[in-house]
Design a protein around this ligand. Sequence first.
Ligand SMILES: [Zn+2]
Length: 561
Amino acid sequence: MSHTRSDLKSPPPLPKGGLRIVPLGGLGEIGRNMTVFEHEGRLLIVDCGVLFPEEHQPGVDVILPDFTWIRDRLDKIEAIVLTHGHEDHIGGVPYLLKERADIPLVGSQLTLAFIEAKLKEHRIRPKTVQVAEGDRQKFGPFDIEFMAVNHSIPDGLAVAIRTKAGLVLNTGDFKMDQFPLDKRITDLRAFARLGAEGVDLFMADSTNAEVPGFTTSEQDLAPAIDQVFRTAPRRIIVSSFASHVHRIQQVLDAAHEHGRKVAFVGRSMVRNMGIARDLGYLHVPRGLVVDFKSLEGMPDNKVTLIATGSQGEPMAALARMANGDHEIRIGEGDTVLLASSLIPGNENAIYRVINGLTLLGANVVHKGNAKVHVSGHASAGELVYCYNIIKPRHVLPIHGESRHLRSNANLAIQTGVAPKCALVAEDGMVLDLVGGKVSITGRVAAGLVYVDGMTVGTVTEESLSDRRALAEDGVVTIVALIDPDTGILSEDPDFLTRGFVHDAASFDALIPVIKETLAKAARDGVHDFGELERLIDRAVSRWFQRTSRRAPVIIPVVIEA
Ligand SMILES: [Zn+2]
């Protein structure tokens, strides 16, 4: 069953005893995961993440979920439950806490440590409630049980939410690695127990629903990583997400084994690895990790650098290395180990970076040429196992683009979930669990909220379209001197351009267009300069579109002569 954007309005009041489930992000994109639960007038939030911008969103730092729907009820929020410490699950928390600082944050030890470090940079000291797998705790009318799940960051939790309306199980991000480094496997026994109790709604990670079979174990990467350390002639530069503690553990182990020293590079890498080490999630042999600076005098074949970007995202740092504007200067004979995914949709950008590094003389080892990465998400085989173990009454695929959600729903249907109970929804859709049935009852605002520098929500779709136009076709400023008495041009307009390609005669044909626009405005009695500027903008844009199929940003400036 699926609904489209257009046929849904704001939802009716929630029937007494019902549970309302509103995904504000993560359905239709990989990122900004956030679901709001409403029951007996109280709210519970699971995850509050950011989405990273793509090339068509220039200048945007991160994208947030839209908080409009909960903004006038912030005092009703019992807690924000964080399933794990990835940016797409915790990155939005500072922005929500800026609206109400004392919302309790609930999560595992590592998750809370990561979010607290992040909030410190925003000068926010949060209220926290630390939980662990096996715990069960009440937050207002929400009775929550936490279960271990295995993912590409340690200490992930799935959450079961019991209310008078029924039982909801949210996997968070997970996979079913049977041999993880920390031996902490996804708690399928708990999933089975919940299934026996009766799961009314199962919300399952869809990221890899299109990938057949099972996600390979982290352990299977060891030979390829070892191979890199055995054969690299000079320095090894590893780029990874700053939160992938287990992947970094494998790199540390290999470096130790092969007698290399390691330095962490990048603020979030240094910070997170410090936290992971202090809390016992990362085991660092004595003397292995040193300061970046102290590696300077060391022979290249004794050096390992583990780097990440400013958002804890590896590609940003690698792109800067490829451009030669990073503190790590890539040279002939260096080996770059890209121990992370090639994010779908960004392949071109990634291969551009790999090519750049190659031109600088590096040997780049990546997912495409060696087994140095496995996904952190369950593949189709694992998801099917979950459906068969849990036997949920309804399924809401989460965490994925539309195609991932659809594939995940299809897997559920294959295991016997009724097609009308496998709900493919979108951000902002309202699902009500009432009398054991889940139905889509409306939709609320769930647009993309752009963060640019210090501003939140100031950048709009229109500003982004201007930025794209600037990048594509540049800008044309038209200065029109107008006789205030007649309202017509007192001389030919001036044209100033940036990034717009033209020759001397380019604008000759445009002058009569502007003249005619202003003459018509004068005849119609339009005198307001702002209005005249809008008319010029419209006429000139249309002219460019018709004559050259170009769409520069037009800035008309009308001045009194
Ligand atoms: Zn994750």
